[in-house]
Design a protein around this ligand. Sequence first.
Ligand code: FES
Length: 165
Amino acid sequence: MTTPRFVTWEPSIAQTIIDEFKAKPGALLPLLHAIQDRFSYIPEDAVALIAGALKLSRAEVHGVISFYHHFRTKQPGRHIVEICRAEACQSVGARGLEAYAKSALGVQYHQTTADNNITLEPVYCLGNCSCGPSVRVGNEVYAEVDSRRFDELVNSLKTERVEIL
Ligand code: FES
């Protein structure tokens, strides 16, 4: 199983990413994605660096971050479990699966389990529409996930080591 490898917050790494994007038109959104992809969330210190580089206020950067559910301002759990909410998966039981997942984990979407192991997120199509309900963990997409397979997946994540750079 592949697990995303996030790095711990380091301003110099963020600055390198910012320098790569700041001169491009419409830099803010791709830059926010790149920061989250690298650190797993967008720290407050990154907001300040981004605002300075793009000559925006912090409030303007926060406004964009809060508009998109995809962006996180807090560090997620060790694993991010995404359940597809798009139409094809819904037609084969994704709604039941997400209700089960929330109940089993004791969280709502965008929340993290008490043991800090799993953050539950919605996603809208994983390109696996013919084999739904689909779930993604890291770079791996799981097909035809029912409650039993979900439990197996969660149990496997409890015992998996995660490398943090
Ligand atoms: S609709 Fe769920 S993977 Fe496409």
